[in-house]
Design a binder for this molecule. Structure first.
Ligand code: ADP
Ligand code: MG
Length: 594
C-alpha cells in the first residue's frame, strides 16, 4: 500500500453510536480521509456488510440536542447528496438525492461529554469536506475550522427558462445552509445591474461572489470587478457559478474538472452546488478583448464569430426552451449555412503540447486574517435597490433538521452564527420572474464596455497597426472562428477537452468554408463527447495561441464575447494567465492530453 493510500485508509475516529429515531439500533462508525464507514452492530446482521458514505458526497454536519431536559444524549447529523439510480423512459440514469444520517452519542451520562464527542465528529467531517488537512493526531476542536464563508449570491430571474428563483429555493439554499455558508441573495433587476453592484461592494465583507444564472451574468461580475480602481485586489475575489441559464459552459467545465459525468439541468446544478459547498479555489485565466473602437473587456470563456455567435444571438427568440434553444438554433443555421470572409492572425504557442496547470488550494474562506466583522445573517435581500418588491425572508420556526427531528433544537457550533441554524425559510412574497413588470430581457444589441483598468496587453499592437513577424495570418472564407479558454462551450459541448482553467492558453478553432452541412452537423454531434478533434475533419483547425486578431471582411455579422454581443469589426485579444480565482470545489485538474 502506498503512503497516500495508507493515509486515506487511516482511521481518524472510531466510535459506537445509536441513531435517531432510536429503535434500539446501534452502529460502529469509522471515519477515514475519504469516507464514513458504517457497520450495524445491533441487531446483528447476518453478513459483515458495511455502508460507506463518501466525503465527496457530503456537504455538512451539524450537532443537535434534544429539547427534553432529561435527555443527556447528543446527536450529529451528516448531510450528503449521493448519486442514486433513477428510472427514466429509456433505461435509467443517476441523480443526486439528499440523505441525512443522524447518530446518537450516548457513551456518557453527562450531556457535556456526549456533546464534546458529537462536536469532535462534526469538526472532523467538516474539515474533510472543506479540504482542511487533519490526521489521527489533530486535536479535533471546532476552533480549527475557518469561520463560515460569506457569499454574495447574484440571481438573474431572466436567465435560462426564468426559473432560477425556484431552483435556488429548491436546490441551492437547502444545500448551502447545511454547509454553514452565510449568504446574501440579490436578484438582478436588469442587464448590467450585477456589474454595477460589484463595483461598490466592500471586498472585505465577502469570501466570494456566486452567480445563479448563465455565463452572461458572470461576465458582468468579472467586468464590474475589473472596473474598480482597486481591480488588482478585486479580481482576486473568488467567483463561482451555479448554472441556471441557457448557456452554462463554465459550469460544464467545473463539473468536468471535478471528474463528474457530463450533466445538464438540475443534475449539473446539484453537482455545482455540492462543489461550491467544498469551496476549493483555482486560478482562472482571463482574456483581455479589445474591439475596433478601442473598448476593452475581460472574458473568461470565448470570442465567437460566424456560425456559433449567429446561433447564440439568433436563438434568443427560443429562450423559453432553455438550453434546447441552441439545438434548434443550430438546425436553423445549418439549413441556411453562411460563410464569412476574414483575416485571422494569431501568436501560436509552440510548446503547448503539455499545458502546465498550476493548481493551488486556498483555505475555504480564502483568507488567513482573523475575521472580525459583524456576523452576517442569511438574508435574501435586495440591498435596498428594489424595495417595491420587498423580497424579505422570514425565518421559519421549523428547520430542515428539525423537520426530521421535531423535538430537537440545533446546537450551534462555536464560530458559526446562531442565526444560521434555523435553516429553512418561508417567503413573504415570492417573486415570480415570469410575471414581473419592469424587467427587461436583454436585447440583442451590442453591449458597450469602458474598461480602462487591467494588466497591459504587451503582446498586442494597437488595433489597425501591423502585427509582429512571429504572428501567423490566415485570410480565408470561414464558417466559424472560435477562441475559447475553458473545456466547455455549453454544458454538453465539450469543445476543448484539453483545456483547463489556468493553462495560459487560448484555444483557437476555425472551420473553413467548403465543409458540407452533414460534416458540420457531425462535428457538433461529436462535440458532445469531445471526439470532434479525432474526426480529423480537414476543414477544422485548432491552434493553441497566446493572442489573436480577427478582421472580418464581410460587412455584416455578429461577434460575441462570452456569449454576449459586442460591436462588429476588427477585434483582438490576449490571455492573462490566472488573473482571477474560480470556486471549483475540486483541486484536481482533469485534463485530456492532446
Ligand atoms: P442565459 O445563459 O440564459 O443567457 P445569462 O446569465 O447569460 O443567462 O444572462 C443573460 C443576460 O441577461 C445577460 O446579458 C445578463 O446581463 C442579463 N441580465 C441579468 N439580469 C437581468 C435582469 N434582471 N433582466 C434582464 N436581463 C438580465
Ligand atoms: Mg484555459
Amino acid at each position: 500500500m502506498s503512503l497516500g493510500n495508507r493515509q486515506a485508509a487511516e482511521t481518524l475516529l472510531h466510535g459506537e453510536f445509536g441513531v435517531y429515531p432510536s429503535k434500539g439500533i446501534r452502529y460502529a462508525l469509522s471515519l477515514t480521509q475519504t469516507g464514513l464507514h458504517i457497520q450495524r452492530l445491533v441487531p446483528k446482521p447476518d453478513d459483515d456488510q458495511r455502508t460507506v458514505l463518501p466525503i465527496l458526497d457530503m456537504v455538512g454536519c451539524h450537532t443537535l440536542r434534544s429539547r427534553g431536559s432529561a435527555d443527556t444524549f447528543a446527536y450529529f447529523s451528516i448531510y450528503s447528496y449521493p448519486l442514486k439510480k433513477k428510472k427514466v423512459t429509456m433505461g435509467s440514469s443517476r441523480t443526486r438525492q439528499r440523505s441525512v444520517r443522524t447518530f446518537r452519542v450516548d457513551e456518557s451520562t453527562e450531556y457535556n461529554k456526549n456533546q464534546a464527542t458529537a462536536e469532535k465528529w462534526a469538526t472532523a467531517i467538516k474539515c474533510l469536506i472543506q479540504g482542511i488537512p487533519i490526521s489521527g493526531e489533530t486535536e479535533l476542536v471546532p476552533e480549527i475550522l475557518p469561520r463560515p464563508r460569506r457569499l454574495m449570491l447574484l440571481l438573474n430571474p431572466c436567465g435560462g427558462r426564468g426559473n432560477a428563483f425556484q431552483q435556488c429555493h429548491s436546490h441551492i439554499l437547502p444545500m448551502i445552509t447545511e454547509a454553514d455558508i452565510s449568504y446574501n441573495l440579490i436578484q438582478t433587476e436588469r442587464q448590467n445591474h450585477a456589474r454595477e453592484l460589484v463595483q461598490s461592494i466592500n471586498l472585505e465583507e465577502w469570501d466570494g461572489i456566486v452567480v445563479i444564472s448563465g455565463d452572461g451574468l458572470l461576465y458582468e461580475v468579472i467586468n464590474g470587478l475589473m472596473e474598480r480602481h482597486d481591480w488588482e485586489d478585486a479580481i482576486k475575489m473568488p467567483v463561482g457559478i451555479l448554472p441556471c441559464g441557457s448557456g452554462n459552459a463554465l459550469a460544464g467545465a467545473i463539473n468536468f474538472n471535478a471528474g463528474f459525468e457530463q450533466a445538464m439541468g438540475s443534475e449539473l446544478l446539484l453537482n455545482c452546488t455540492l462543489l461550491l459547498c467544498r469551496g476549493t479555489i483555482l486560478p482562472m485565466d482571463l482574456v483581455s478583448v479589445t474591439t475596433c473602437s478601442g473598448l476593452r473587456s475581460f472574458s473568461f470563456l470565448s470570442v465567437a464569430w460566424g456560425f456559433i455567435s449567429d446561433v447564440d444571438i439568433e436563438s434568443e427568440k427560443y429562450r423559453h426552451m432553455g438550453s434546447a434553444r441552441f439545438t434548434v438554433g443550430t438546425m436553423v443555421r445549418v439549413a441556411s449555412l453562411r460563410t464569412y470572409k476574414g483575416r485571422l492572425s494569431y501568436l501560436p504557442v509552440l510548446d503547448a503540447h503539455r499545458p502546465i496547470c498550476r493548481s493551488i488550494t486556498l483555505a475555504a474562506n480564502g483568507s488567513l486574517i482573523p475575521f472580525q466583522r459583524s456576523q452576517l445573517h442569511r438574508t435574501i435581500s435586495d440591498m435596498g435597490l428594489c424595495e417595491e418588491r420587498n423580497v424579505m425572508y422570514k425565518r421559519s420556526s421549523a428547520s430542515l433538521d428539525t423537520n426530521e427531528l421535531p423535538s430537537f433544537e440545533t446546537s450551534p457550533s462555536p464560530g458559526s452564527p446562531t442565526a444560521l441554524h434555523s435553516s429553512s425559510f418561508s417567503f413573504d412574497s415570492v417573486l415570480d420572474p415570469l410575471h414581473q413588470e419592469g424587467l427587461q430581457h436583454r436585447g440583442t444589441e451590442p453591449t458597450t464596455f469602458y474598461q480602462v483598468n487591467g494588466p497591459k496587453d504587451d503582446l498586442l499592437p494597437p488595433i489597425g497597426q501591423p502585427l509582429p513577424k512571429t504572428w501567423v495570418t490566415v485570410e480565408d472564407d470561414f464558417v466559424l472562428v472560435l477562441a475559447m479558454y475553458e473545456s466547455h462551450l455549453g454544458a454538453d459541448l465539450f469543445t476543448a477537452p484539453f483545456s483547463c482553467f489556468n493553462d495560459g492558453l487560448i484555444h483557437l478553432f476555425f472551420v473553413k468554408a467548403g465543409i458540407s452541412r452533414a460534416a458540420l452537423v457531425r462535428l457538433f454531434l461529436a462535440m458532445e463527447k469531445g471526439t470532434h478533434i479525432e474526426m480529423e475533419c480537414p476543414y477544422l483547425v485548432h491552434v493553441p495561441v497566446q493572442a489573436f486578431r480577427l478582421e472580418p471582411l464581410t460587412r455584416k455579422g455578429i461577434i460575441t464575447v462570452d456569449g454576449e454581443r459586442v460591436e462588429y469589426g476588427p477585434i483582438q485579444a490576449q490571455i492573462h494567465s490566472g488573473l482571477s480565482n474560480l470556486i471549483t470545489g475540486s483541486s484536481k485538474v482533469h485534463m485530456t492530453s492532446y
